[in-house]
Design a protein around this ligand. Structure first.
Ligand code: HEC
Ligand code: HEC
Length: 347
């Protein structure tokens, strides 16, 4: 009998021990954090470029059409590949003449929720001002603005598509930009197991992933920058990664120490489908990313005050990884472009 009591007590102790070391902090805090990640009711569109189905349809056509490259052999989708979370799976983008460009192709998921500057260093003022960057860059699509407009205007199919989307059939740069941006705002990550958990299904993600969520919002401080439903504050930070001569936003804002080596916070939606990470594609796995944050990156005056060495245990690193993997919305081929409807579509 004595040994039975002993065993029961030991089991109880073990259970208590496991429970207390696994307890992530006050459950009430977890509930409050979860509120921050609810799926929004509709995709936001700016007042000066409101949603219309015809404009989005025109944007979709332009996005996938090689007509916008000088050799008619690359489109936006050459690098922003729908099946690769709208990136290209390469460390750095491939130039028109073969070699690598300087930067890693970012995912286009959930950009509708970022109304600030675009590009790793914010060189584009907003989503509308991006397209003629890649179109006219000689190492990229290599087509002049005049030639882009001329080609589209000469194509009868495009004339009717512009007439449907705008008051008349005129092809202009601002209209090309508006249509592409409208389409891109529809590129929204499909629901992931994480979203089912946020909506209340306790079994949608593992206990390890839930502990990872607590770390993400708590001690590891990731949510200081990867915040909200799209996991980005749309802002620029030096997290202590990259080459010495790679100044990021600091090249455009030379008087700001904090913006030296600062790059835009990427979304973490579908992050484990995206292969290489960071603006220069220098980290090849999510494990390597977690190790970087664990070390705290390069310690220099510009490094964000939100970044510091974390001393995560191997179990905590595994929890963080399990959490990041819950942000992937199933098979990578799943459609992630919202249905075209007459009113702004729901994500
Ligand atoms: C050669 C591959 C390539 C092609 C083709 C390409 N892009 Fe990109 N795209 C990139 C790279 C690399 C960046 C990062 C550029 C930067 O930060 O300056 C980028 C950045 C962007 C961004 C900013 C995303 C963000 O999070 O800030 C948008 C939007 C975008 N591209 C849309 C387009 C559109 C629209 C087209 C077609 C007109 C296009 N891209 C063609 C590689 C490509
Ligand atoms: C100070 C703001 C900040 C904090 C805190 C932060 N990040 Fe980041 N994160 C960024 C920025 C900025 C980048 C892009 C840096 C670059 O490309 O040079 C990034 C990149 C990443 C990437 C690569 C994504 C991609 O598409 O390349 C992952 C994954 C990531 N962070 C996860 C985390 C995790 C996990 C934590 C917590 C341990 C965390 N981040 C904390 C700002 C932050």
């Amino acid at each position: 009998m004595a040994w039975k009591i002993g065993t029961a007590a030991a089991v109880a102790l073990v259970i208590a021990g496991v429970a207390s070391s696994a307890l992530p902090g006050p459950p009430v805090q977890r509930a409050a954090w979860r509120e921050e990640y609810r799926t929004p009711a509709a995709i936001p569109f700016p007042e000066d470029n409101p949603y219309s189905a015809a404009k989005a349809e025109l944007g979709r056509r332009l996005f996938f059409d090689p007509i916008l490259s000088i050799d008619r052999n690359r489109s936006c989708a050459t690098c922003h590949v729908p099946d690769l979370a709208w990136a290209d799976g390469r460390p750095r983008a491939q130039g028109r003449h073969g070699g690598d460009l300087d930067l890693h192709t970012p995912s286009l998921l959930n950009l509708a929720w970022q109304d600030g500057p675009m590009g790793w260093d914010g060189k584009f003022q907003n989503l509308e001002s991006v397209p003629f960057g890649p179109i006219t860059a000689s190492a990229n699509m290599g087509l002049s603005e005049a030639e882009a407009v001329r080609r589209l205007a000469a194509d009868p199919g495009y004339a009717s598509a512009f007439a449907a989307a705008f008051p008349d059939a005129a092809v202009t740069r601002p209209r090309i930009e508006a249509a592409l941006a409208t389409f891109e705002r529809l590129i929204v990550a499909a629901p992931a197991s994480f979203d089912r958990w946020i909506a209340g299904d306790e079994r949608a993600i593992s206990e390890s992933a839930k502990r990872g969520f607590d770390l993400f919002n708590g001690r590891a401080n990731c949510a200081a920058c990867h915040s909200g439903w799209s996991f980005s504050d749309g802002s620029f930070h030096d997290i202590g990664v990259g080459r010495d001569d790679d100044l990021g936003r600091g090249r455009l804002k030379p008087n700001s120490v904090a913006l030296r080596y600062a790059f835009k916070t990427p979304t973490l939606r579908n992050v484990d489908e995206r292969g290489s990470y960071m603006h220069d594609g220098s980290l090849r796995s999510l494990e390597a990313v977690i190790d970087l944050y664990d070390r705290g990156g390069i310690d220099r005056p510009s490094r964000s005050r939100e970044i510091r060495p974390l001393s995560l245990s191997p179990d905590e690193k595994a929890d963080l990884l399990a959490f990041l993997q819950t942000l992937t919305s199933g098979p990578s081929t799943a459609p992630v472009v919202a249905e075209l409807t007459e009113t702004p579509p729901r994500p």
